[in-house]
Write a protein that binds this ligand. Structure first.
Ligand SMILES: [Zn+2]
Length: 465
C-alpha cells in the first residue's frame, strides 16, 4: 500500500535502503523468475516443482511497480525506489523534445545503489547473472553476467572483463541472453529457451561453486518469454485457447520443470544455511487483444495525419503527422504511454502549458470511457507520473494508461481496419503483464502483509535476518 501512496516520501525510502547497510551475515541467494504469477507456482504446478516448492517457508504475493514492466520492476526491487525516483518507466524512453527518437534503458541509467552495490561498499562479494538492466557491465566487487538487453555475445558482458573467456570455455561456445519470442516458429522458441536457460544456470552454478560470494542473484527471462509465446496453449480461459490436448499445452509446465531441475542443481552447491528468496517482478495473464491507441487518438481528433496510412501495421513516424494540429500521440506496449504536444516543450507544440491540466482531465475522462469491441465496459486506469511517484525524474510519458487494467495491450501502429486487434501488432504474443507476482523465502522473515510491495520484497526480508 505504502508504495502507491504519494505521501510516502524520499527520506523514508532512503532510510529503508540505508537500513540495509547492515547486511545479513548469512549468504543470500535470490532466484528471479521474470513474470511468474502466483497461480502457476503456488497452485497449478506446485506439486510438479519439488525444488522450488521446498523453499516455500514463508510465501507472499508481490505487488509490482507502476508500470509492471521488467526493467523498472527489478530495479525497484533492488533499490527500494519508485520508477519515478529512478527515472525508469519501461524498456524504452522517449528523447525529450524529439518526436521520433527513443533510447533503450541500460545499466548507466540506474543512478541508485542496488543491493549488490551495498555489498561492494561493505567489501563483500556478489554473483549477478541476468539481472535487468546490467548491460553494459559496471564495476562491482564480485562477478557479473549482463542481462537480456545485451546486444550480443560479441560485446563485453562480464565483470570483471576477463570472466568472459572463462564463461565461453565453460559452455563451449557463445553465451545467450534472450530468445526471439514473438515469432511464428514455436519449435524454434522452445529450442532457444531450453538452450539459453541451461547455459545461464550452468554459468550461475559454476560461479557459485568456484567464487567467493555473500550475495547472489539470477533473473531468468525465459519464464517471461515462455509465457508470452505459449500462454494461449496453456490457459483454458484465454480467448484463443486451441483446446485440450493441443500441441503446445505442456510447454509452460515443462519449462517450469526445467527451471526447477536447474534450481535443484543450484541448491546442491550452496551452503545449507543460505537465505534463499524466490521472486518475480510482476505476474502474467491472458492478453485479450491490442487496442490501437493512435487510431483512437485520430478518431477523437487529437492526432492528425498528413495522409492516411496505406497498409496496416505502419509505425507512426514524425513526418506523417501534422504537428500543428496534433495534441497527443501514443506508444504501444503492455501499457500505453501518451505524450502531449506542448508549446515550448515540443518542437511544434500546440497546447499552452496552462491548458495542460485541463487537457489531461479531458483525455483521462475519454480514455476511461473507452469500451471493448462488443461494447463491454473496461476498467481502464490513467495516471500522470506525478500522481504515482513522490518524485518524477528522467523522461516520463505524460500519461500512463492501463487499458482494461492491462488485459488489453496498446498497439502503436496505424492503418488497421479496427481499433481492436486479436493479436499483438508486434508479432504473436499471448500474455500481458499483471500486477501480482510472487515472493517467498526459505526461512520465516515474519513479514505480516500477505501482499508485499515490490520495493520491500528483498530489502525488508534482509532487514529481518
Ligand atoms: Zn518482467
Amino acid at each position: 500500500m505504502l508504495y502507491n501512496s504519494p505521501r510516502y516520501g524520499r527520506f523514508e525510502w532512503w532510510l529503508k535502503l540505508h537500513a540495509l547497510e547492515k547486511l545479513p551475515d548469512d549468504k543470500v541467494l535470490v532466484l528471479g523468475l521474470d513474470s511468474t504469477p502466483p497461480s502457476i507456482i503456488y497452485n497449478e504446478l506446485k506439486d510438479e516443482l519439488p525444488n522450488l516448492s521446498m523453499l516455500m517457508e514463508e510465501t507472499h504475493t508481490l505487488r509490482s511497480s507502476h508500470p509492471p514492466i521488467t526493467i523498472p520492476a527489478w530495479t525497484v526491487m533492488l533499490t527500494g525506489k519508485t520508477p519515478g525516483e529512478l527515472g525508469m518507466y519501461g524498456f524504452r524512453h522517449r528523447k525529450p523534445g524529439d518526436y521520433g527518437s527513443m533510447y533503450i534503458v541500460n545499466s548507466r541509467d540506474v543512478k541508485a545503489p542496488r543491493i549488490w552495490d551495498l555489498y561492494t561498499k561493505a567489501g563483500r562479494s556478489s554473483i549477478i547473472v541476468g539481472v535487468p538492466p546490467t548491460y553494459p557491465p559496471r564495476p562491482m566487487k564480485g562477478y557479473l553476467i549482463t542481462d537480456f538487453i545485451t546486444p550480443g555475445p560479441d560485446k563485453a558482458y562480464t565483470w570483471p572483463p576477463t570472466l568472459k573467456r572463462e564463461v565461453e570455455a565453460l559452455i563451449g561456445g557463445q553465451y545467450q541472453f534472450d530468445v526471439p519470442f514473438r515469432v511464428a516458429d514455436k519449435d524454434a522458441i522452445i529450442k532457444g529457451l531450453w538452450d539459453m536457460t541451461k547455459k545461464q544456470f550452468k554459468v550461475f552454478k559454476h560461479l557459485l561453486k568456484t567464487k567467493r560470494w555473500d550475495f547472489a542473484m539470477i533473473v531468468q527471462i525465459g519464464v517471461d518469454r515462455v509465457q508470452h509465446a505459449f500462454w494461449k496453449f496453456y490457459d483454458p480461459t484465454h480467448p484463443r485457447y486451441p483446446g485440450e490436448g493441443n500441441k503446445y499445452e505442456d510447454v509452460i509446465p515443462n519449462y517450469y520443470k526445467l527451471v526447477d531441475e536447474l534450481v535443484g542443481e543450484i541448491l546442491e552447491v550452496i551452503p545449507k544455511d543460505t537465505k534463499v528468496i524466490v521472486a518475480s517482478d510482476h505476474g502474467a495473464k491472458a492478453m485479450k487483444g491490442a487496442f490501437v491507441m493512435n487510431q483512437w487518438l485520430i478518431e477523437e481528433g487529437y492526432l492528425v495525419l498528413k495522409k492516411k496510412p496505406e497498409k496496416p501495421g505502419i509505425d507512426l513516424h514524425p513526418e506523417m503527422v501534422d504537428w500543428e494540429k496534433t495534441k497527443a500521440w501514443a506508444w504501444g506496449g503492455y501499457y500505453a504511454r501518451v505524450f502531449l504536444n506542448i508549446k515550448g516543450r515540443e518542437p511544434h507544440g500546440v497546447i499552452d502549458p496552462e491548458e495542460v491540466p485541463g487537457f489531461i482531465e479531458e483525455l483521462k475522462k475519454k480514455l476511461m470511457q473507452v469500451k471493448g469491441p462488443n461494447g463491454e465496459s473496461w476498467n481502464t486506469k490513467v495516471y500522470t507520473p506525478q500522481e504515482l511517484y513522490p518524485d518524477v525524474k528522467g523522461h516520463p510519458p505524460d500519461l500512463i494508461v492501463y487499458l482494461d487494467d492491462l488485459n488489453w495491450r496498446s498497439a502503436g501502429t496505424l492503418g488497421w481496419q479496427s481499433m481492436y486487434l486479436e493479436e499483438n501488432d508486434r508479432g504473436p504474443d499471448d500474455a500481458v503483464h499483471d500486477w501480482i507476482g510472487i515472493v517467498y523465502y526459505n526461512w520465516k522473515p515474519g513479514i505480516k502483509d500477505e501482499t508485499i510491495d515490490i520495493n520491500n520484497a528483498i530489502i525488508e526480508a534482509l532487514r529481518k535476518t
